[in-house]
Design a binder for this molecule. Sequence first.
Ligand SMILES: Nc1ncnc2c1ncn2[C@@H]1O[C@H](COP(=O)(O)OP(=O)(O)O)[C@@H](O)[C@H]1O
Ligand SMILES: [Mg+2]
Length: 236
Amino acid sequence: MTAAVLTRHLSKTYGEGETAVQALKDVSIEIPRGEFVVLLGASGSGKTTFLNLVGALESPTSGSVEADGQNLEGLDDDEKTTYRLNSVGFIFQLYNLVPTLTALENVQLIAELTGSDAKERSQNVLDEVGLTDRRDYFPGQLSGGQQQRVSIARGLVKNPPLLLADEPTGALDVETGVQILSLLRDTVKGGERSVLTVTHNTDIARIAHRVLELRDGEIVNVRTNHDPAAPATVTW
Ligand SMILES: Nc1ncnc2c1ncn2[C@@H]1O[C@H](COP(=O)(O)OP(=O)(O)O)[C@@H](O)[C@H]1O
Ligand SMILES: [Mg+2]
């Protein structure tokens, strides 16, 4: 079985000359399918850069990313757009919802790009994230946790093999954050989807199947939790 994500000697440098910043250095890792993986590291350690390279939002300076069976460096612009649309669901710290659209419409917007029965599929994923009775609310009428659920529904409606979440709990209180992580971890349950979640919080890593630790752009530790902790036991 092929990996969900495979990187080889992945490096990214921003800028040139004396002001150059090496955000990622020679990162070679493998993320199997069906895992909830946490990317851990202090601010500035390269977490977002890594996620953006895997999501084809940026291109590496050197090295390669293989995801969903494709070598991203070999794709032209149109193919990269298709990859971002069909293969990856993105979840951000600040939700990135359209404020003038309801929860359902926010999800439907993406659903319509990725197949038929957009409304029905959107309603189904909103049910899945526990927002059945909030479908017709606007983002401004929802709590932070509910807005993040809409954002997760928007990622899920494409049914992508890979979900990438950049500090999805960063703006939430502890209890809500745990619920969101629990939800994200549940989305791998079929074993076909992998979820890569960025955090700078050590305790969150206990609920992951696998933890990748970044320091100054380098992977300094990879560990596997054979018996991941239940999200409810997390305190931070
Ligand atoms: N667009 C950019 N231009 C210049 N430097 C950048 C850019 N994006 C990130 N960096 C730098 O790369 C390093 C890693 O950043 P980032 O991946 O955002 O870290 P993290 O998400 O772990 O906080 C930091 O030193 C940051 O300042
Ligand atoms: Mg970041």
